[in-house]
Design a binder for this molecule. Structure first.
Ligand code: SF4
Length: 488
């Protein structure tokens, strides 16, 4: 039995709140069967990938015993479609509740649930249901579910569950055909299903059946507007929206409510040896817009397939990362600048505390051996070295530490890297400057600001140098705004 992602939640909502996948601590997942009465076009765990479809009763019992012994609080019973196996479902629920498990959730399409079935579920001890209600438009729901008539039956099922006092969280799995209807979905729920207090705004992910049909992926440019509007409507109606792991990057309508976004919460709770960022198992990645994003330590970016199919459309940094030598950095949203050696020398100066912003700069004229590790442990996410070309070329300890940080970064995804920027107050000879900057880039420095007045000569120098640097390196001349047009 696997544990589901850990996400902070408001304990005051217990136990009345709905408990959908991806937003509860320490849950176990029991898949009764992989068989399903629907055939969702986007299903990420399709029945055709599993044999046998239904585990033996003995192995399910063993899994359940293991879960009970673990002392975890919420058992999630899923499939396939768990309601296909009525007696097993009721039996597993009764056993878990009798053993003291306080919460049992079913993940269901609700199509088979009528008043009798819902009553039996409630009597057995089911406390919540996570329901795949795919669209408030009947034809779209049925098309996505691959089952004619599923819409009406799903509504009947949800009504029955709610009538029995079982909390319902909706799981719409937004697809390309429903991407423009997210806000209306929330309005529909508020009106037609007033007992529903929670919607997990999942979206199609490029796995399972959708792997072969990536055109199902929604367009994040459309979704950003829709999610923002949906958040407003949900707030008006007291509905709680959640952004699950299979949901959306923070810039797709979630940057102001990261506390309800699985990845952002997990990233903030990360511990040693990776004090920030989450492990996306390489199925999501950052792209060009993420380079200047102050939220990159809280967001895994988009699915790999999204960059390929939709070319990153709709993704743009909602909060800008500003290098610490620019005055705006001191007051910028989403980041802070630490100026003193205290951070690494005094353990009480914990930049990784839960209140730390997503980007914490360490601004320094040089580095000592081992500072990279110390900074990471202290929760620093970005280091800015303010120096001159002459000083950098003489400071061997600084050079070695930059290399050490770059080497350590190579094994980490971008969320978890300690990024390095150079602010150069003097260049000296341009030939030497070019050589030193190239070496710094080889060590892993990805942002270089030449903090001098932008002359035609310096512009030509920077343009020629940029052409020889990797495309993911930023090289600017002059102040941020005046240099904007010179950036890559
Ligand atoms: S890291 Fe990238 S995908 Fe995530 S919020 Fe920033 S720009 Fe968007």
């Amino acid at each position: 039995m696997r544990s589901l992602p850990i996400v902070a939640d408001d304990p005051r909502d217990e136990p009345a709140r709905a408990q959908g996948e991806d937003h509860h601590r320490t849950k176990g997942l029991l898949r009764l069967t992989m068989a399903c009465n629907e055939r969702c076009v986007f299903c990420n765990i399709p029945a055709e990938d599993y044999r046998p479809l239904t585990p033996s009763r003995a192995s399910l019992d063993a899994e359940l015993d293991e879960f009970i012994a673990s002392g975890e609080q919420t058992l999630t019973i899923s499939g396939g479609e768990p309601t296909l196996l009525r007696e097993r479902l009721l039996g597993a629920t009764r056993k878990a509740r009798a053993a003291g498990v306080p919460y049992v959730e079913i993940q269901t399409n609700a199509v088979l649930i009528d008043a009798d079935y819902a009553r039996e579920l409630a009597e057995a001890g089911v406390t919540s249901a996570f329901v795949s209600f795919l669209s408030h438009v009947p034809a779209l729901h049925d098309e996505l579910a691959g089952l004619s008539g599923a819409y009406a039956d799903c509504l009947r099922g949800m009504d029955a569950l709610l009538a029995e006092g079982i909390a319902v969280t909706l799981n719409p799995v937004t697809a390309y055909v429903t991407q423009g209807l997210v806000a209306d979905y929330v309005s529909f729920v508020a009106q037609r299903l007033p007992g529903v207090r929670s919607i997990s705004l999942s979206a199609v992910q490029p796995h399972g059946r959708a792997q072969d049909n990536a055109q199902l992926l929604p367009d994040y440019g459309v979704l950003r507007e829709q999610v923002t509007l949906a958040q407003q409507r949900a707030q008006e109606h007291g509905i709680r929206l959640l952004n699950p792991y299979c949901g959306l990057p923070l810039c797709v309508g979630w940057h102001d409510s990261a506390e309800r976004s699985v990845e952002a919460v997990e990233a903030e709770q990360a511990d040693e040896p990776t004090p920030f960022g989450v492990d996306n198992h390489q199925n999501k990645r950052h792209g060009r817009p993420c380079r200047g994003c102050a939220l990159r330590t809280r967001c895994g970016g988009a699915w790999n397939a999204y960059w390929e199919v939709r070319h990153g459309r709709g993704l743009r940094a909602p909060v800008e990362r500003i290098e610490p030598w620019f005055p705006e950095a001191q007051t910028a949203t989403g980041q802070r600048v630490v100026l003193t050696q205290q951070l690494v020398d005094e353990p009480t100066q914990d930049a990784g505390a839960t209140s730390a912003p997503p980007t914490t700069w360490y601004l320094v004229p040089s580095l000592r051996a081992g500072d990279g590790d110390r900074l990471r442990r202290a929760g620093c996410t970005d280091v800015g070295v303010l120096t001159t070309v002459a000083a950098l070329s003489e400071d061997v300890v600084l050079q070695r530490e930059l290399q050490a940080i770059g080497l350590a970064n190579q094994g980490r995804n971008p969320q978890r890297q300690l990024r390095m920027a150079l602010g150069l107050r003097e260049l000296g000879s341009l030939r030497e400057a070019a050589e030193v900057i190239r070496r710094a880039v080889e060590w892993g420095v990805d942002t270089i600001d030449i903090l001098l007045v932008r002359t035609p000569q310096l512009r030509r120098f920077a343009a020629a140098l940029r052409a020889s640097l990797p495309p993911d390196v930023t090289l600017r001349v002059g102040g941020r705004s005046s240099a904007a047009s010179d950036e890559r």
